[in-house]
Design a protein around this ligand. Structure first.
Ligand SMILES: [Zn+2]
Ligand SMILES: [Zn+2]
Length: 352
């Protein structure tokens, strides 16, 4: 074991402050990474404040962060894919059972015995896993990702959660050149959905409640922007979409979007509204439409996404902050006052 600096919260109502945590010494299959940047995901705020206590109660102190990018500092004797000095990424998972059908299909995110990067039982040290708001992390090789050398690293970090969360459903539902794709909501997830759908060659329509986001949506790669409150504008697109990615986590009328799908069209939820959404069965029935959800992506697909980003020069739009501003960033995140993701420059932790 060795000690490393981190930022942790001591309770659901405490701010994040400087702390020291223990990490395991790398075993033969482990990769030790010096963390350079860590993105701030909305899940971090929910977890720190124990807002998901029903299904994922928080254990304190909690060290959040699952959008991790850094440089390899040490590898175990059996590690073959990484050497010290390599860039590396870690996302939402650090382990799984590797034996279940989902793991064997490369869908570790659906493994019943998957280990999340933070606030999850730690098989090595006991207690819970600690995330990326930290100087370094030790992760088994299988859950470490290669990061292309040509990308801005602060913009790479959010790809590990926001990126794969949007890339995976676009690929699953066959978004390719010529498909008409809608993206509902233009936040951390939505702005990545727009970039990926555009790079995959789709005709991209952004739905937003704020007309002032139009210019930005076009800059990010949208072909059209529809203000969702304008029913006439919505009506023009009725029955025309192959796929819609719904990134909104607030309560909203999903039927307005289901009606925009063509025959066999699909709408996938990646935002998680707190209360159940009302769905009009007839809208689904009459055009064999479907409604789905999607959760991050498996390790092979996360690697595919990072390679795709390297090739197409895609990163998240980030506001880089020192870790000392993390509590303020949480407040701004709750007001959607960020374009489009906060990313912590972990060099700032050295002076914390
Ligand atoms: Zn996340
Ligand atoms: Zn499994």
């Amino acid at each position: 074991m060795y000690n490393t600096k981190a930022y942790s919260a001591a309770s659901a109502t405490s701010p994040l402050t400087s702390d020291t945590i223990a990490r395991r010494d790398p075993t033969e299959h482990d990769v030790q990474i010096e963390i350079l940047f860590c993105g701030i995901c909305h899940s971090d705020v929910h977890s720190v404040r124990n807002e998901w206590s029903g299904f994922m109660p928080s254990v304190y102190p909690i060290v959040p962060g699952h959008e991790i990018v850094g440089r390899v500092t040490k590898v175990g004797s059996a590690v073959t894919k990484y050497k010290p000095g390599d860039l590396a990424g870690v996302g939402c998972m650090v382990d799984s059972d590797r034996t279940c059908p989902n793991c064997q299909a490369g869908l570790e995110q659906f493994c019943p015995n998957m280990t999340l990067t933070y606030n999850f039982p730690d098989k090595h040290l006991g207690g819970v896993t600690y995330g990326g708001y930290s100087d370094s992390i030790v992760v088994e090789e299988r859950f470490v990702l290669r990061v292309p050398e040509n990308l801005d690293l602060a913009g790479v970090a959010p790809l590990l959660c926001a990126g794969i969360t949007t890339y995976s459903p676009l690929r699953h539902w066959g978004v390719t050149e010529g498909k008409k794709v809608g993206v509902v909501g233009l936040g951390g997830l939505g702005h990545m959905g727009v970039k990926f759908a555009h790079a995959l060659g789709a005709h991209v329509v952004v739905f937003t409640t704020s007309p002032d986001k139009k210019e930005d949506a076009l800059r990010l790669g949208a072909d059209e922007v529809v203000v969702s409150r304008n029913t006439d504008e919505m009506q023009k697109h009725a029955g025309s979409f192959d796929f819609i990615l719904d990134t909104v986590s607030a309560k909203h009328d999903i039927n307005a979007y289901i009606d925009l799908l063509r025959l066999d069209g699909n709408i996938t939820l990646v935002g998680a509204p707190e209360k159940p959404l009302d769905v009009a069965a007839f809208s689904l029935i009459m055009a064999r439409r479907s409604l789905s959800g999607s959760s991050i992506g498996g390790i092979p697909e996360t690697q595919e996404m990072l390679d795709f980003c390297g090739k197409h020069n895609i990163t998240a739009d980030v506001e880089v902050i020192p870790i000392q501003q993390v509590n303020e960033a949480y407040e701004r995140l709750l007001k959607s006052d960020v374009k489009y993701r906060f990313c912590i420059d972990m060099a700032s932790l050295k002076s914390a």
